[in-house]
Design a protein around this ligand. Structure first.
Ligand code: KE4
Length: 480
C-alpha cells in the first residue's frame, strides 16, 4: 500500500481541530479505510502529497482545474492582481468584464450576480425565483446536489449521499416541507407532480447532467419535459451548471441539449480554482435582486478581484484552444474505453458515463439512470478498485457518488498509465464481494445472523449492505 504515514499523522492532528479533520466531508475519504493524502502541491495533471507521492489527478479540485493545476497564465494573472490588493468591497472593471464574458458564453444569462460558492449561487437563485413568482415550493431531483443550502439538503447527492445522510440534520421540517423531490430521469413522475402542484412551485432546479450521484446523463426528453412543464406553469427552470458548466461543452449543458433555462448557476471553473460562483438569467427575474428589487442578497467578497481575474484568465485560455471540447472528450473516451476493457477482462460489470470532460463509472450490470440505481452499484468493488488505483498513483474521487474530470494537461502517457493501473485494479475489484456469505434476518426482533468471509470488514460491509436495503425505514437506527 502506498506510504501515507505523514498524511496519517496529519489527519490525526487535523481531527483535533476540525470536524472529520477536513473542511469538506468528502475529503475525509469516507469508508475507504485509508487516510486521505494531504496535498503539498500540484502542477498540470499531477498532484503531490506530503509523503512525496505524485499521482495522476482526475479530481481536479472537483472540476475547476480544466486547464490543469497552476496554469502559468492563470498564476501570473492572479499574482499581478494581488499586487493591487486582494479585495476592495467596491465595483471594479473586472466584474463587468466577467459578466460580459459569461453572457457571451451563456446567452441565457442576461444578467448575473457573482457570489463565492455554488451553494450561494443556488440558494440565491431559489430566493430570486421565490421572490419573482411569489410562490414557496421548489422541486429538486433525488441524488442531485446543489450545495448545502437548507432548502436543498433534501435527498441530496455528493457527500450527503456518501455519508448516507441525504436529508441533513439541522434542516427544519418547516423548510423541508417546501422542497418537493422526485426521481431524476422519471418523466411521468415529474409531470404528475407538475400537474398536481405546478402552479404552486416557484422553481424546478436540476443538474442538467448530474454529477453527484456519480455521473448520470439525462435520458432523451427529460430536460425537454422540464422546460415544457415549467413554462406551462410559470415555474422558473434553474439549470445548476456549477459542475457541468464548461464540462458538458464549453457553452454548458444548456447549449449541448439546446434547452434555454430561465436561470443558471455556475461555479468552479469561473473562479479558476479561487472562490467564485454566479447565478443569473432572464432580466425580469434578476430585476428582483437588490438593489434593483426586493430580493436581498449580498457578499463581502462577491466579485473578488483575484477570483474574477482567475476566472477570466481560465475562460479566455479555454477559448484560445482550438477544438477544446472535441479534444477533451476524446481524451476522456480513450480513458473510459481502456477502463472498460480492463473490467471486461477481469469479468467485472462496469458502466461508464461521460459528458464531455466529466465522467464516471459504476460497478453495475444495469445502466444507472437515477439515484436508486447508483445506490445499487457494488460499493465493495468500487472500494477495491479505488484503493488499488490510489496505490498505483492514480488519484480519484473517494466515493461512487462523485464525478471525475479530465483536464487539458492530461497527456496520452497519463491516460495510458491510468489504463494499465486499471487492469490490476479491476482484478482487485473482481475479488471484492460484500463479504456476506449468508444472512438470515428476523426483523421482528431486529436480529441478524450474518456470516462473513475471512478478513471481511464487518462494520463497513454491514453499513454498505444496509445502505442498499430498500426496506430500511428512514427513522430506523442501526446498531452494529
Ligand atoms: P460549492 O458550494 O461546493 O462551491 O458548490 C456546491 C455545488 C452546487 N452544485 C453542484 C452541481 C455541485 O456539484 C456543487 C459542489 N460539488 C461538490 C462535488 N460533488 C463539491 C465538493 C465538496 O463538496 O467538497
Amino acid at each position: 500500500m502506498i506510504d501515507l504515514q505523514k498524511s496519517k499523522a496529519a489527519f490525526e492532528e487535523a481531527r483535533k481541530f476540525m470536524p472529520g479533520g477536513v473542511n469538506s466531508p468528502v475529503r475525509s475519504y469516507p469508508h475507504m479505510g485509508c487516510p486521505p493524502p494531504f496535498i503539498a502541491s500540484a502542477k498540470g495533471s499531477h498532484i503531490t502529497d506530503i509523503d512525496g507521492n505524485t499521482y495522476i489527478d482526475y479530481v481536479g479540485s472537483w472540476g475547476p482545474m480544466i486547464l490543469g493545476h497552476a496554469h502559468p497564465a492563470v498564476i501570473s494573472a492572479i499574482c499581478k492582481a494581488a499586487e493591487n490588493s486582494t479585495s476592495y468591497g467596491a465595483p471594479t472593471l473586472k466584474e463587468t468584464e466577467i459578466a460580459e464574458l459569461i453572457h457571451s458564453v451563456y446567452p441565457s444569462i442576461e444578467k448575473i450576480r457573482m457570489v463565492n460558492s455554488g451553494t450561494e449561487a443556488t440558494m440565491s437563485a431559489l430566493r430570486a425565483a421565490r421572490g419573482y413568482t411569489g410562490r414557496d415550493k421548489i422541486l429538486k431531483f433525488e441524488g442531485c446536489y446543489h450545495g448545502h443550502g437548507d432548502s436543498l439538503l433534501v435527498k441530496a447527492g455528493s457527500g450527503a449521499a456518501t455519508f448516507g445522510k441525504p436529508d441533513s440534520a439541522g434542516v427544519t421540517k418547516g423548510t423541508a416541507k417546501d422542497t418537493l423531490v422526485t426521481p431524476y430521469n422519471d418523466i411521468p413522475a415529474f409531470k404528475a407532480i407538475m400537474d398536481a402542484e405546478g402552479d404552486e412551485i416557484a422553481a424546478v432546479i436540476v443538474e442538467p447532467v448530474a454529477g453527484n450521484m456519480g455521473c448520470v446523463l439525462p435520458v432523451p426528453g427529460f430536460l425537454e419535459a422540464l422546460r415544457e412543464e415549467t413554462a406551462k406553469h410559470g415555474t422558473v427552470l434553474i439549470f445548476d451548471e456549477v459542475m457541468c458548466g464548461f464540462r458538458t461543452s464549453s457553452h454548458g449543458a444548456q447549449s449541448f441539449y439546446h434547452i434555454h433555462p430561465d436561470m443558471t448557476c455556475l461555479g468552479k471553473i469561473i473562479g479558476g480554482g479561487l472562490p467564485a460562483a454566479a447565478y443569473g438569467g432572464r432580466k425580469e427575474i434578476m430585476a428582483c435582486i437588490a438593489p434593483d428589487g426586493s430580493v436581498y442578497q449580498a457578499g463581502t467578497l462577491s466579485g473578488n478581484p483575484l477570483a474574477v481575474t482567475a476566472g477570466i484568465e481560465t475562460i479566455r485560455q479555454m477559448m484560445n484552444i482550438p477544438d477544446l471540447d472535441k479534444k477533451l472528450a476524446e481524451k476522456t473516451s480513450a480513458l473510459l474505453e481502456g477502463w472498460k476493457e480492463s473490467a471486461d477482462k477481469a469479468g467485472v460489470p462496469l458502466i461508464c458515463h461521460q459528458s464531455g470532460s466529466m465522467f464516471g463509472i459504476f460497478f453495475s450490470e444495469k445502466d444507472v439512470l437515477n439515484y436508486q440505481d447508483s445506490c445499487e452499484a457494488n460499493a465493495a468493488q468500487f472500494k477495491a478498485w479505488f484503493l488499488s488505483m490510489l496505490d498505483q498513483h492514480v488519484y480519484l474521487a473517494p466515493s461512487p457518488f462523485e464525478t471525475l474530470f479530465m483536464s487539458w494537461a492530461h497527456t496520452d502517457e497519463d491516460i495510458e498509465r491510468s489504463i494499465v493501473a486499471s487492469r490490476k485494479a479491476m482484478e482487485e475489484a473482481a475479488k471484492a464481494t460484500t463479504g456476506v456469505k449468508d444472512a438470515t434476518v428476523n426483523f421482528m426482533t431486529l436480529k441478524m445472523n450474518v456470516e462473513f468471509e475471512e478478513g471481511a470488514d464487518a462494520k463497513a460491509v454491514m453499513q454498505d449492505v444496509l445502505k442498499n436495503c430498500k426496506k430500511v425505514e428512514d427513522d430506523c437506527e442501526i446498531f452494529l
